[in-house]
Unconditional design. Structure first.
Length: 260
């Protein structure tokens, strides 16, 4: 979710969870001083370059919030939040496959736990995983460190188990509610804090044409675009992706992953 604010669906997710346990400073470069482009990554980089366990956590991951693309100045990152969802995630995956695009899926822990087949389908298709906490609490930055730890690490465990052992490589705070502590904690577990530059506002269901127009208008802000595959009817998102993805290709953009 791109913005703070109460939404009924998230209240349901939070209840279920209890039951089961920023823009870039240079548009031309789309890279902030704290988010250098990782020159070692690129078109040939694996969707999940680091293995689970100690080896993954030993690798240095920046605590700075990532916005840049590993494809450089003309790279673009598609990010999909709040799933997986049994209706909409498969449809989003189908569109991504049709256009040969890899994306980063920011998953809610209990959703991943409930739909491990979808988590594994995301991984099998070459996409990356991102930890989006247990209950999508947009007031995370006002809560205790112990609470933040449970939200982040429980979700990491749920997602990793659901995927069959493939860990999330990023952490996206709900509503952008990062704290210095949560960023450091995520990075210590091999998850780069992940922001966004372009908010498609698809969650509001303003209509497909409005979503497409918003993305086109905000592209100068930077390369990381926010969409959703859960939280209600996402048919407008699916339709918008069918227009946005070929348009981005026509503009000469290359699809990549957020820098690590």
């Amino acid at each position: 979710m791109a913005r703070r604010g109460g939404r009924g669906w998230y209240g349901q997710v939070a209840a279920a969870a209890m039951g089961v346990t920023a823009v870039a400073v240079a548009a031309s470069l789309w890279t902030s001083p704290s988010d250098p482009v990782d020159g070692s990554a690129g078109a040939g980089a694996s969707a999940h370059p680091a293995a689970p366990g100690a080896a993954r956590k030993a690798a240095e991951v920046s605590v700075e919030i990532a916005h840049a693309s590993d494809r450089g100045a003309r790279g673009v990152n598609i990010t999909i939040d709040d799933g997986p969802d049994p209706v909409w995630t498969p449809r989003v995956l189908q569109v991504l496959e049709e256009y040969g695009v890899k994306a980063t899926f920011c998953m809610i822990g209990p959703q991943a736990q409930a739909h491990p087949d979808l988590v594994r389908a995301v991984v099998a298709a070459g996409h990356r995983l991102c930890d989006h906490t247990v209950s999508h609490d947009v007031t995370m930055d006002t809560k205790s460190e112990a609470y933040q730890s449970r939200q982040i690490l429980d979700a990491e465990r749920m997602i990793t188990e659901a995927s069959g052992g493939v860990p999330p490589l990023y952490y996206r705070a709900p509503g952008g509610a990062f704290t210095p502590y949560s960023r450091k904690l995520a990075a210590s577990h091999g998850m780069r804090p992940l922001g966004w530059n372009v908010d498609s506002k698809d969650f509001e269901r303003p209509g497909t044409s409005a979503i497409v127009a918003t993305v086109k208008d905000e592209m100068p802000n930077g390369p990381t675009i926010l969409f959703h595959d859960a939280g209600g009817d996402r048919s407008e998102t699916v339709a918008a992706l069918r227009e946005v993805l070929p348009w981005l290709k026509e503009q000469g953009y290359a699809f990549g992953f957020p820098v690590r």
